[in-house]
Design a protein around this ligand. Structure first.
Ligand code: COA
Length: 324
């Protein structure tokens, strides 16, 4: 017998305002054609003035709890992944905890940028396996629009705002890949690549928030290699092959990176969940947003094998294999 973290509910929230490529092309030197061809992005959601990461996270969390039929007072822990917290401190997770009316348990943030949701899921899974929590809310939420340099066309066209959440619940499994729940998680980082993707500000360095800076082509090259490696690692750890997979739910940064991973796994494109076209890169929110979309529209069914993967600043990267 082993303890498994089963996804019993998922929910998401996107700000109302949709910004198309054409709209961006009015303020920066870019075009719908360039953005679509290079990234697959056609539009993204942008948070309203005053709408904060915790506001998006709260709505996604409430939706996930409702979907799972889980009451707030059952939740032992909130793990929230974000690189765009409301404030330097306290953790955005604690603000969500208060807004949910949750007065017990613990809440904290995890910072692994675009890999944040995989990191948060891994942390939550380990709390459940260790017997320290039975019901955990895992949230990925971002207002990346607030840390973009809107005059830098090489970055500002790529990102969007949003939030997604899942509710994990401890259930006993047999310890085989037939179990429902998280089968394994695999985390990596390599801090030597700091300069390829970072924010040029922070409390201890500049006392400002800063803006995203990225060497896009370099990040792209690392992403395809690291992601191929970590998905292989996740499958091997469970004695599975790509042919066993029902779905790939990747971090949504760039259509070409996603397609590259899908091709390496020899997955039919219809088995790869793609939301980058209408979400852009929502960093830690992108995987739960994509997962939730495919669960809500009926594509992902209970019992199916789902591979999640992401790569982000740090560099950080990781994967999780989940039987839904
Ligand atoms: C950012 C990215 C889309 C750029 O695509 P690319 O094919 O590598 O393009 P390049 O950076 O080589 O730029 C090609 C040209 O387009 C120009 N360009 C860059 N952004 C542009 C934009 N928004 N609109 C129009 N032209 C643009 C560049 O200035 C360059 O022009 P030049 O050839 O005259 O110098 C791509 O590298 C990428 O997606 N990288 C990974 C990013 C990522 O996933 N980040 C998040 C990880 S979590």
């Amino acid at each position: 017998m082993v303890m498994r973290s089963v996804i019993v509910g998922c929910g998401s929230y996107l700000p109302a305002r949709i910004v198309t490529n054409d709209e961006l092309a009015r303020t920066v030197d870019t075009s719908d054609e360039w953005i679509t061809q290079r990234t697959g992005i056609r539009s993204r959601h942008i948070a309203a003035e005053g709408e904060k990461t915790s506001d998006l996270a709260l709505k996604a969390a409430q939706a996930a709890l409702a979907h799972g039929g889980v009451a707030v007072d059952e939740v032992d822990l909130i793990v929230l992944a974000t690189a765009t917290p409301d404030q330097t401190f306290p953790a955005t997770a604690a603000k969500v905890q208060a807004a949910l009316g949750m007065t017990r348990g613990a809440a904290f943030d995890v910072q692994a940028v675009c890999s944040g949701f995989i990191y948060a899921l891994s942390v939550a899974d380990n709390f459940i396996k260790a017997g320290q929590a039975r019901t955990v809310l895992v949230i990925g939420a971002e207002t990346f629009s607030r840390i973009l340099d809107w005059t830098d066309r090489t970055t500002c066209v790529l990102f969007g705002d949003g939030a997604g959440a899942v509710v994990l619940r401890a259930e006993e499994g047999q310890g085989t890949s037939e179990d429902r729940g998280i089968l394994s998680t695999h985390l990596h980082s390599d801090g030597r690549h700091h300069d390829l993707l970072y924010v040029d500000g922070g409390p201890s360095s500049t006392q400002t928030v800063g803006h995203v800076r990225m060497a896009g082509q370099e990040v792209f090259k690392h992403a395809v290699v690291n992601l191929a490696e970590v998905v292989g690692e996740a499958l091997a750890a469970n004695g599975l092959t790509p042919g066993d997979l029902d779905w790939l739910v990747p971090h949504q940064a760039n259509r070409r990176i996603i397609e590259s991973t899908g091709r390496k796994l020899k997955l039919d494109p219809s088995r790869v969940v793609m939301t980058v076209d209408h979400h852009g890169n929502t960093s830690a929110a992108s995987i739960p947003l994509a997962l939730c979309e495919a669960v809500t529209d009926g594509r992902i069914q209970r019992g199916e094998l789902v591979l999640l993967e992401a790569m982000g600043g740090g560099f950080t990267w990781g994967a999780a294999l989940v039987r839904f």
